[in-house]
Design a protein around this ligand. Structure first.
Ligand code: TLP
Length: 342
C-alpha cells in the first residue's frame, strides 16, 4: 500500500526507536524529565523564543495558544482554510469561548489590508478581536509557504493594533527547507509558534509551542487543564530530538517527490493539480470522472491511499516512507483508474 493520506502516517524508524528506548526520563509534570527539558530548550532556541513546552499534539499546541492569548467572547482572525478553524473540533469555541472572523486569500494566505478589515472596532456591540492565527505551511492551501515579508507585515500590523499573533507551524520546517530560512525568520513576528514532530519529521507523537517565558508559564497551566501534562514523556521527546537531528534536511526529498507526483497527475486528462510548494498535493477530479470519494476508494483497492477532501478534490501527501519509485507507481495507478472510468 502506498499511503499518501498524510505525513502523520509515518512510523518511527528502527534508529528512532532505539533512541526512544534509551532515553533518560523523569516525571515531566515535576519538570524532572531531562530529555523533555533539553528538547524544550532546543525548541526555544530554534524559534528564538524565551521558552517552549512539549505537548501531545498540534491541536493542543494551537488550543493552548488560543486559550492563553484570548478571553471568552473574543474573536480570532484567520483564513477560512485554517486548521485551527476547520479541523480542531470547534475547540476555540468550546474551550476558549471564541468566535472567528474568517478571511479569504490565495492558498490560505492573506495580506495586511484583509486582516485590518477583519479586526473589529472597539465597541461594546462587537466581540473583541484579540488574536491572528497564521498557518505555515498552509495545509488546505496545498502546503503553501508564506513569504517571510508577508508574515512580518501582518505581525507588525497586528501588534500595532494590540493583537497577538500565533503561528501554526505544524509544518514550519517544511516551509523553512523550501524557502531556505531559519524558523526564527517567521517566528520573530509571532507571539507564539508551534511545531509538530509527528508529521514530516517522522516522530510518532508530539508537538511543541514556543513563546515568552510568561506565555509558557500560562501555557503550562492550560496544558495541565486540558489533560496534556505527561509523565515519563522523555521517550517521546527523544524521538522529537532525533527527528530534528535527522529528518529536517531530508524534507527536501518529500518536496521533490510532491513535485514529481504533481507533474505526473497533471499529465492525466481530467485531473487539475494545485502546484505543490512543499509535500502536499491537492488535485481536482473532473465531474465526468465521478466523485472524488469514489475514485479515492478505487485507488485504495488498487494500492494507493489518498484522501478525498471535497466532492471533487483529493489530497496526497509525501513523507519519510514515500520514494520516487512509489510516486511513479502511484501516478501509473491513478492513470489506470481514471482511464478505467473514462
Ligand atoms: N493535520 C492533519 C489533519 O488534522 C488534517 C493532516 O493530516 O494534515 N496544524 C496543521 C496545519 C495541521 O495540518 C495539523 C494536522 C494540526 C495542526 C494538528 O496536528 P495534530 O494532528 O497533531 O493534532
Amino acid at each position: 500500500m502506498i499511503d499518501l493520506r498524510s505525513d502523520t502516517v509515518t512510523q518511527p524508524t528502527a534508529e528512532m526507536r532505539r533512541v526512544m528506548a534509551e532515553a533518560v526520563v523523569g516525571d515531566d509534570v515535576f519538570h524532572d524529565d531531562p530529555t523533555v527539558n533539553r528538547l524544550e530548550k532546543r525548541v526555544a532556541e530554534l524559534m528564538g523564543k524565551e521558552a517552549a513546552l512539549f505537548v501531545p499534539s498540534g491541536t493542543m499546541a494551537n488550543q493552548v495558544a488560543v486559550r492563553c492569548h484570548t478571553a471568552s467572547g473574543d474573536e480570532i482572525v484567520c483564513h477560512r482554510m485554517s486548521h485551527v478553524y476547520l479541523y480542531e473540533g470547534g475547540a476555540p469555541a468550546a474551550i476558549s469561548g471564541c468566535s472567528f472572523a474568517l478571511v479569504d486569500g490565495d492558498r490560505g494566505m492573506f495580506d495586511v489590508a484583509t486582516m485590518r478589515q477583519a479586526v473589529r472596532a472597539d465597541n461594546p456591540h462587537f466581540p473583541r478581536t484579540s488574536l491572528v492565527v497564521l498557518e505555515n505551511t498552509q495545509n488546505r492551501g496545498g502546503g503553501a509557504v508564506w513569504a517571510v515579508d508577508a508574515v512580518a507585515a501582518i505581525g507588525a500590523a497586528a501588534h500595532e493594533l494590540g493583537l497577538k499573533v500565533h503561528l501554526d507551524g505544524a509544518r514550519i520546517m517544511n516551509a523553512c527547507v523550501a524557502v531556505g530560512v531559519k524558523p526564527t525568520a517567521y517566528a520573530a513576528h509571532a507571539d507564539s509558534v508551534s511545531i509538530c514532530f509527528s508529521k514530516g519529521l517522522g516522530a510518532p507523537i508530539g508537538s511543541a509551542i514556543a513563546g515568552s517565558a510568561a506565555f509558557i508559564a500560562k501555557a503550562m497551566r492550560v496544558r495541565k487543564m486540558l489533560g496534556g501534562g505527561m509523565r515519563q514523556v522523555g521517550i517521546l521527546a527523544a524521538a522529537a530530538e532525533y527527528a530534528l537531528d535527522h529528518h529536517v534536511e531530508r524534507l527536501a526529498e518529500d518536496h521533490a517527490n510532491a513535485r514529481r507526483l504533481g507533474a505526473g497527475l497533471a499529465a492525466i486528462a481530467g485531473l487539475t493539480v494545485v502546484d505543490p510548494e512543499t509535500n502536499i498535493v491537492y488535485f481536482d477530479v473532473a465531474g465526468e470522472l465521478g466523485p472524488a470519494s469514489a475514485l479515492a476508494e478505487r485507488l485504495r483497492m488498487a494500492g494507493v491511499w489518498m484522501l478525498a477532501t471535497g466532492p471533487q478534490r483529493i489530497r496526497a501527501v509525501t513523507h519519510l516512507h514515500i520514494s520516487a519509485e512509489n510516486v511513479d507507481d502511484a501516478v501509473r495507478i491513478v492513470g489506470e483508474e481514471v482511464a478505467r472510468r473514462g
